[in-house]
Design a protein around this ligand. Structure first.
Ligand code: HEM
Length: 152
């Protein structure tokens, strides 16, 4: 249980914290200081290094989460904040997989082909989706932690 909780929270810190840093800190600085071609290369490299960590997190999060339901004797008897956390977590995972297999893949293809405007369009899609996932991640952390005090 202790190890599961530690791995669960570590995975979330890496995933949600990484998105927060990318969206709130790096994005505005890169947008204000770098030309589109350089900026797109920076994001390609940044996502290329960050996304493998997200894959690890999205494998560990549900696995450890399921183990953490054992005190409740499984999902069926778990309180409502666990169900909300799981639902939001699944939505976040689906959004990430879409980002990875659709706009991120296209971003790399457009950059390899030297098509900067098309690559910029894909980066814009990733920006919106990572923004949504950052919000959902923050909301899920609130539900996961405060939820047990305020929800049934
Ligand atoms: C995807 C499936 C997930 C499952 C099955 C799951 C399940 C669980 C369970 C059973 C607990 C123990 C909570 C308790 O006993 O009150 C827990 C804790 C926690 N979960 Fe999740 N979770 C999932 C996803 C997420 C996501 C996506 C986040 C955040 C973005 C998250 C954040 C947390 C945090 C911060 C805790 C620690 C809460 C505390 O100890 O106060 N979980 N999770």
């Amino acid at each position: 249980m202790g190890l599961s909780l530690a791995l669960h929270v570590l995975s979330i810190i890496i995933w949600v914290g990484g998105m927060f840093f990318a969206y709130m800190i790096l994005r505005p600085v890169a947008a204000s200081q770098l030309e589109p071609a350089v900026r797109l290369k920076l994001w390609r490299g940044t996502f290329g290094s960050f996304f493998p960590w997200v894959w690890v997190a999205i494998v560990l999060t549900p696995l450890t989460g399921i183990m953490l339901t054992s005190p409740y004797n499984g999902f069926g008897n778990s309180p409502v904040h666990i169900h909300i956390m799981t639902t939001l977590g699944i939505i976040m995972m689906l959004i990430f997989m879409h980002v990875y297999f659709a706009p991120f893949k296209k971003l790399k293809q457009h950059l390899d082909a030297g098509d900067i405007p098309a690559a910029a369009g894909k980066l814009n899609q990733i920006r919106i989706l990572v923004g949504i996932n950052t919000l959902l991640g923050g909301l899920t952390v609130i539900v996961a932690t405060a939820g047990k005090y305020y929800l049934l």
